[in-house]
Design a protein around this ligand. Structure first.
Ligand SMILES: [Zn+2]
Ligand SMILES: [Zn+2]
Length: 255
């Protein structure tokens, strides 16, 4: 199995070091590779790449499997940080299930990338997400809560993800997503998306309720007050067993 060699890593860092560009997206974001190391994990043997950027102090990372430099059709998953879900295993969202499924899948493949983007809480930050949760405890739905705090319902931006893929010299990707809009965004920033891999979660006691609730129809999670709320990864959850959904039914989840 081919993997990133130390020479390739050194080459990538040295080349990236001289990189200059106008920046991508409305914020004209530019990123630089700062460090690369091996990262054996319970999901497989990866490399981890740390990036800096010219917009904020956020340290986005790429978790890489195999030889992806200059590669085509690389499976890629974009994951937005969710401390409560990813670390604590919160059941207010299914971020951890989404992340684990992606790492397991890519860990078992020849190559692939998980971009771990530090845009917590749909881009509003951790403390504001907790404020929004608190408003939801009081009966507001996710959108109402975000608007009450002065945010749009989604503050995420994938320009930084696009630049990270350019920095890693990936030629084309197969995006692991259930959300065609994510493909559009990356394409706008010059990423060659050659295909989509549906992101289907294995069913478990925590996500199986999707199959039993109106989630199958609306694609929305239902909170403790029976109010629909938004999925934090911008990917409507598809659990094994929902696979019989056709492409157009999946699309309808977004309308
Ligand atoms: Zn740049
Ligand atoms: Zn989450």
């Amino acid at each position: 199995m081919s993997t990133l060699t130390h020479e390739k890593i050194q080459e990538l860092i040295e080349e990236d070091c001289c990189h200059e560009c106008e920046g991508l997206g409305g914020d004209k974001v530019c990123v630089h590779i700062e460090a690369i190391a091996e990262l054996p994990s319970r999901f497989g043997d990866f490399h981890i790449v740390g990036f800096s950027n010219n917009r904020d102090g956020k340290e986005h990372v790429a978790i890489i499997k195999g030889e992806i430099i200059g590669a085509e059709n690389v499976p890629v998953r974009l994951h937005s940080e969710c401390l409560t879900g990813d670390v604590v295993g919160s059941l207010r969202c299914d971020c951890r299930d989404q992340l684990e499924a992606a790492l397991k899948k890519i860990g078992s493949m020849e190559k692939g990338i998980v971009l771990y983007l530090r845009q917590e809480g749909r881009g509003i930050g951790l403390t504001n997400k907790i404020r929004a949760y608190s408003l939801q405890d009081a009966g507001l739905d996710t959108v109402e809560a975000n608007l009450a705090l002065g945010f749009r319902d989604d503050e995420r931006d994938y320009a930084v993800a696009a630049h990270m893929l350019h920095s890693l010299k990936v030629k084309s990707i197969q995006l692991m997503t259930n959300n065609p809009k994510k493909i559009d965004q990356l394409t706008q920033h010059g990423v060659n998306v050659s295909g989509r891999i549906p992101h289907i979660l294995p069913s478990n006691e925590h996500n199986i309720f999707y199959l039993q609730t109106k989630a199958a129809k609306s694609g929305h999670m239902i909170d403790f007050h029976g109010k629909p709320h938004l999925v934090e990864q911008s990917d409507h959850t598809i659990v094994e067993g929902m696979k019989e959904l056709t492409e157009s039914q999946v699309k309808a989840l977004y309308d």
